[in-house]
Design a binder for this molecule. Structure first.
Ligand SMILES: *[C@@H]1O[C@H](CO)[C@@H](O)[C@H](O)[C@H]1NC(C)=O
Ligand SMILES: *[C@@H]1O[C@H](CO)[C@@H](O)[C@H](O)[C@H]1NC(C)=O
Ligand SMILES: *[C@@H]1O[C@H](CO)[C@@H](O)[C@H](O)[C@H]1NC(C)=O
Ligand SMILES: *[C@@H]1O[C@H](CO)[C@@H](O)[C@H](O)[C@H]1NC(C)=O
Ligand SMILES: *[C@@H]1O[C@H](CO)[C@@H](O)[C@H](O)[C@H]1NC(C)=O
Ligand SMILES: *[C@@H]1O[C@H](CO)[C@@H](O)[C@H](O)[C@H]1NC(C)=O
Ligand SMILES: *[C@@H]1O[C@H](CO)[C@@H](O)[C@H](O)[C@H]1NC(C)=O
Ligand SMILES: *[C@@H]1O[C@H](CO)[C@@H](O)[C@H](O)[C@H]1NC(C)=O
Ligand SMILES: *[C@@H]1O[C@H](CO)[C@@H](O)[C@H](O)[C@H]1NC(C)=O
Ligand SMILES: *[C@@H]1O[C@H](CO)[C@@H](O)[C@H](O)[C@H]1NC(C)=O
Length: 751
């Protein structure tokens, strides 16, 4: 009996082994891939190639997906327009095969070929094979190693690391991204991303016949239209512009980063082109970046010679020295006609000059002339000499100073926008008369009107400023007995008042300008960097009056608009509690949003808690006081303040410690106010930190004050154990706090 069982066991083992050995990465003539089988790339085994049926479809396709990402995400489809009819379950006998002459083909159960890829001319010298590489590239090669065909030359809708978008003039491969028609239909839809190789190359997204987005040319570091790329951590971007190839691609620095750039025509929530990264801890894709993002990302929003600035209202204005071509239409915000020169150029006399426009996404370079070897000075001379040149800029910011290339535009400048603090310098040609800012104003009626309007506006501003100054002075005189206001020494600061909010109370929160803050932080020097918050870096600074401050910059990635930001600032400014970090001021400098807090000498709790030598300093009494302090702060947020506030991102790094080790809750970037009777809110965008997040919030997006209490519990356990709770959820079994801490924190300690 026992030997019988043993034999059965051996048989099972054999079966298992044989099925494991079936994971192959190669097909050869006579050994096709069947509909019920898959290829797995050798090496790290990152990708799987096999037959699949998209949800909602009745067709079978050959696709590529990640082996290790549990949510099947198809990144490449071979026969996207030529499916095998019927769902995959009924297509076990369909095949992907390679022929002796290196033709790759997909056939149905009756061996009727539905799709095929002919080999490149010259390849096909026998012994053809198709191998799935660990990069995700399906490569057909012949005996001599000639590449007859490769999947990376034919991207579908997704760019994975190593895949290129652009033109390979050697092989003639035109690598574009084309969105699926719909989530159930991989066939090519109307949304296409193409590299335009004329002029200075740039990527366009088309929706049918309409241009919907322009990347701008590569400036040596990034596309000028995606100016925050240089801040991305863990990526290597590559742009090749040579006679043999014009292409863009990316690599990830660490293979544990799974990132893809996908074009999705139904991705209404976040642009058409989306960069996604897989968050292992959360078990979900996270959208890292998307485009088009704002109104000014729409192509040619403000017409020829117009400039789009998303932070001004209206968003369109004319370039300096230009006026609306059709003032009536412009006044109605129909900007299509664009702007025309106020004064014609006078090239022959050589009196024209250039005006600098900073932070620009340079105009459409399709017709621009580029010379990567020139420098800016030479570029200026060339543009001055050539009467058709209307603007110039550097072409390659990664080159040596003085040799950063030269792009020159002729004719009208199309699709020009500005960024608040990123972007490039653009030099625009103007007639001598327009170069002079205080030029004679005997032009046209609308100039006079404009002047009159601005004088009125100025008068109004002065009157308002006077009024506020008077009121503030009065308020100050009333509130302070002798002692001068803390802020009286602060130069260049305005005051943000909560006038017009429903609460009406006057709020004296100083607004600083960028100069003051830059001065305080020694120009945001890295020496002064305290750390990196969830939303951007934090710097230490010292105001003119000697007060030490922590300056928190909210990076561009935060999607908050100025109004939301203002509301948040108001919210924090009104919260006053011993265990909440105090906001001193803020700065809304264009899109740069900066919060200024009191400086905390002892940094944050995690800094102490998880450092062997420093944690010695935390005796039980101190730990108890810290827990108590956090609880008091939280109670104030939840119950005792005027609003019911859920913090949503409580964690040890957000608990700051002052010089007396008093804990202060910080980072209200994700906090939400609850309306009167609401006890929970459902959110589509789950923000916060995994590991501290209540399960019902992490999974269903339902949050309430209880979510904070969960995070508090995790913090308490961390304070007691001194062990970091690494944020991994096991979705399957333990969903309560106790089981969770047992499995992820305690067990680590005791096992
Ligand atoms: C797939 O189907 C074929 C024919 O129907 C069968 O011979 C083969 O064993 C199946 N392979 C797997 C892995 O199920
Ligand atoms: C798929 O085919 C089945 C049976 O032929 C049919 O009932 C179903 O409606 C089809 N589904 C789609 C999405 O076409
Ligand atoms: C295969 O051929 C048979 C007989 O001609 C036909 O009945 C069947 O529908 C075909 N199957 C497919 C998938 O085309
Ligand atoms: C590449 O293909 C796109 C559309 O498929 C086309 O518009 C473009 O001109 C092609 N590029 C080259 C260099 O042929
Ligand atoms: C990224 O670029 C850096 C610097 O050029 C290089 O050292 C590194 O190996 C690159 N990483 C990848 C994954 O290509
Ligand atoms: C890659 O990232 C993982 C997780 O963040 C880390 O454990 C690993 O050390 C990294 N590998 C390299 C080579 O940096
Ligand atoms: C496009 O985005 C939508 C909505 O986010 C998603 O449901 C769909 O699966 C995406 N399509 C593809 C082909 O990934
Ligand atoms: C050159 O400038 C002079 C004086 O400013 C002007 O009279 C003359 O018309 C200009 N020449 C041309 C070709 O515009
Ligand atoms: C002047 O610029 C135009 C367009 O930028 C260009 O086609 C032309 O060759 C240039 N002429 C000279 C003499 O450089
Ligand atoms: C830009 O400059 C860098 C550094 O000198 C150089 O490696 C790169 O090839 C240049 N790019 C172009 C397109 O010339």
């Amino acid at each position: 009996m026992a030997s019988h069982q043993l034999r059965l066991f051996q048989l099972l083992l054999l079966l298992l082994l044989s099925s494991a050995s079936q994971a192959r990465d190669i097909i050869s003539p006579g050994q096709p891939l069947r509909g019920n089988d898959t290829l797995v790339s050798a090496g790290a085994g990152s990708y799987v190639l096999g037959f699949f049926t998209p949800p909602g479809s009745n067709n079978t396709y050959v696709g590529l997906w990640y082996a290790k990402v549990p949510v099947r995400t198809v990144v490449w489809v071979a026969n996207r327009a030529d499916p095998v009819p019927g769902p995959v379950e009924r297509n076990a006998r369909a095949t992907l095969s390679v022929s002796a002459d290196c033709t790759l083909s997909v056939a149905d159960a009756n061996s009727t070929v539905v799709w095929s890829a002919p080999p490149a001319p010259g390849a096909g010298a026998g012994k053809c094979t198709a191998r799935l590489l660990d990069s995700g590239n399906l490569v057909v090669s012949d005996a001599s190693g000639h590449v007859a065909w490769q999947g990376f030359d034919h991207p579908t809708d997704t760019l994975i690391p190593g895949m290129r978008v652009g033109m390979d003039f050697g092989t003639g491969a035109n690598m574009t991204l084309t969105a699926w028609t719909s989530p159930s239909d991989p066939s090519p839809g109307p949304v296409v991303a193409v590299m335009d190789t004329t002029g200075d190359p740039e990527v366009f997204i088309w929706n049918g016949a309409e241009k919907v987005w322009r990347s701008g040319p590569w400036d040596g570091l990034q596309f000028t239209g995606v100016p925050d790329t240089a801040t991305y951590m863990g990526f290597n971007f590559s742009f090749i512009n040579s006679p043999k190839e014009v292409s863009y691609s990316f690599q990830v620095a660490n293979s544990s980063i799974v990132s893809r750039l996908a074009l999705n025509s139904t991705g209404a929530a976040g642009g058409l082109l989306q960069r996604w990264t897989w968050v292992w801890a959360a078990g979900a894709w996270n959208m890292y970046w998307y485009a088009p993002k704002d109104q000014c990302d729409a192509v040619n929003q403000c017409g020829p010679n117009g400039v789009c600035d998303p932070n001004s209202l209206p968003v369109c204005e004319c370039l300096r020295g230009f006026a609306p071509r059709s003032p009536e239409a412009w006044a109605l915000r129909d900007n299509r006609a664009g702007c025309a020169r106020a004064t014609p150029l006078d090239c022959a006399n050589g009196t024209d000059g250039f005006v600098l426009m900073a932070h620009a996404k340079v105009p459409d370079t399709t017709a621009a002339v580029v010379d990567y070897r020139a420098g800016l000075a030479e570029c200026a001379q060339r543009c001055q000499r050539n009467c058709s040149c209307t603007a110039y800029a550097n072409a390659n910011l990664s080159g040596a100073p003085g040799h950063r290339g030269c792009v020159m535009w002729s004719g009208a400048l199309e699709d020009l926008r500005v960024f608040p603090n990123f972007g490039q310098d653009l030099y625009v040609r103007l007639a001598a008369a327009d170069l002079d800012a205080t030029s004679k104003s005997d032009k046209k009626a609308h100039v006079i009107i404009a002047v009159a309007v601005s004088i009125c506006a100025l008068a109004a501003i002065i009157a308002l400023a006077g009024f506020f100054w008077w009121r503030r002075k009065r308020a100050r005189a009333r509130q302070s007995v002798g002692a001068p206001s803390k802020w009286s020494g602060v130069l260049h600061s305005r005051t943000l008042t909560s006038e017009g909010t429903s609460h009406g109370a006057d709020l004296d929160l100083p607004i600083y300008d960028l100069e003051t803050i830059a001065e305080a932080t020694q120009g945001f020097s890295t020496d002064n960097k305290l750390g990196e918050g969830g939303y951007g870096p934090v710097y230490k600074g010292k105001l003119e009056d000697g007060q030490e401050i922590a300056v928190k910059t909210l990076s561009q990635a935060s999607t908050q608009g100025p109004d939301e930001f203002k509301n948040e600032v108001m919210l924090i400014a009104k919260l006053q509690h011993r265990n909440l970090v105090r906001l001193i001021g803020c700065c809304i400098c264009g899109q740069e949003k900066i919060l200024i807090y009191e400086y905390m000498a002892n940094k944050s709790l995690d800094f102490f808690l998880f450092d062997k030598s420093k944690s010695m300093l935390l005796d039980w009494q101190t730990r108890y006081r810290i827990i108590e302090g956090i609880a008091r702060g939280l109670l104030y947020l939840h119950q005792d303040s005027r609003y019911r506030i859920v913090h949503r991102d409580l964690k040890t790094s957000n608990i700051l410690l002052d010089k007396d080790m008093t804990p202060k809750i910080s980072d209200f970037g994700m906090a939400r106010i609850f309306g009167g009777d609401d006890s929970e809110i459902n959110t589509l965008r789950v923000v916060g930190t995994y590991g501290y997040m209540a399960p019902e919030y992490a999974m269903d997006g339902v949050f309430s004050v209880k979510s904070d209490v969960f995070s508090f519990g995790v913090i308490v356990l961390e304070i007691i154990t001194g062990i970091r709770n690494r944020g991994v959820y096991s979705y399957s079994s333990h969903l309560n706090l106790l089981a969770h801490t047992c499995s992820s924190s305690m067990s680590r300690h005791y096992l």
